[in-house]
Structures are given as C-alpha cells and as structure tokens.
Design a protein around this ligand. Structure first.
Ligand SMILES: [Zn+2]
Length: 171
C-alpha cells in the first residue's frame, strides 16, 4: 500500500469523466488499497479515484464515527438507480477543496448499484451521511464537485480563492 497525493482545485483533472472498471484485477485492488490508506490519512469519509489522479470509477467510503471500528466500503462503477423526493441539507467538505465547507441540498435517500471487490453487482439503500457521501463521490466520477450545488456567487468566490493560492505556489 502507498499513500497517493490528493489533487486539489483548480486541477483540471477534477472535471474529467472517469472510465468504468471492466474487471477487478490486481491493478484495481492496489488502487483501492492506496485509496483507503490515503482516505484514512487525510482523514476523510470518502474518496473518488480521480482525487488521486486516476480517472476510473472507483470510490472508497468509511462513515464510521471516530470511536467506532473502521468500516471500509468499496464501490466500483457506482450509480444512483433511485433517489428520494425528500431532500435534506448537510454541510459538505471535500479533500480536493480543503478547508472549505458549505451546506448542500440533496435527496436524503438513494439506492446505489455497484460492483464489489468480488466482481459481483450489488445494491445498497443508503440514508443519512452515507447517502450524502455516495452522491458526493459519484458526482466526482462525473467531473462534478459539491461547489456545483451551491450558489454561483459562493462558487465563484471559492474557485477564485483556490486559483489565487495555486498561482502563489507557482511563484
Ligand atoms: Zn469530494
């Protein structure tokens, strides 16, 4: 296992649409191991492969609380197949937009179809934090960021801030 670098705004790769995984091979397993290690180190509750610069449809999640045992979950080629009409608001953050948090409204419940590490297709019904994290991470696979769900004024402000910081780092 190895830690990988997390790419941050305004890295253009965050806007890529990731490619589906055809089969769970050694390369995918290694990617998953690295993503879990990277996610726990950050720390974060979810990570999409593109956040470590790999445009494949792979997501890792762990929504266990600090005092609970680790509960890593892996979602390959995940897609939302149903979402509730009821919506709720969560304050979201993103490892690729560090130290920025904003309230986002999304469906409170979703059903997600995905391939497990065993290569089998399965479905999970999620609510609460897991529902939010899954929608946030699946967005990443389509090049969508949580700031796309907030007002344009706020989005422009945060994009500008990160663009400025990137420029400063270059100088
Ligand atoms: Zn994110």
């Amino acid at each position: 296992m190895a830690l990988r670098d997390i790419i941050v705004l305004p890295d253009k790769r965050l806007r890529l649409k990731s490619e589906p995984v055809k089969a769970v091979d050694a390369e995918v397993r290694a990617l998953v191991d690295d993503m879990l290690e990277t996610m726990y180190k950050a720390p974060g509750v979810g990570l999409a492969a593109i956040q470590v610069g790999v445009p494949r449809r792979v997501v890792t999640v762990d929504t266990a609380k600090k005092d609970e045992p680790k509960s890593p979950q892996v979602f390959i080629n995940p897609e939302v197949v149903w979402s509730s009409e009821e919506k709720g608001i969560y304050e979201e953050g993103c490892l690729s937009i560090p130290e920025y948090y904003e309230e986002v409204e999304r469906p409170t419940e979703v059903k997600v179809r995905f391939m497990g590490l065993d290569g089998k297709t399965q479905e999970v019904a999620a609510d609460g934090l897991l529902a939010t994290v899954l929608q946030h991470e699946i967005d990443h696979l389509n090049g969508v960021l949580f700031i796309d769900h907030i007002s344009k004024l706020k989005r422009d402000r945060v994009i500008k801030k990160f663009a400025k910081a990137a420029k400063r780092d270059e100088e």
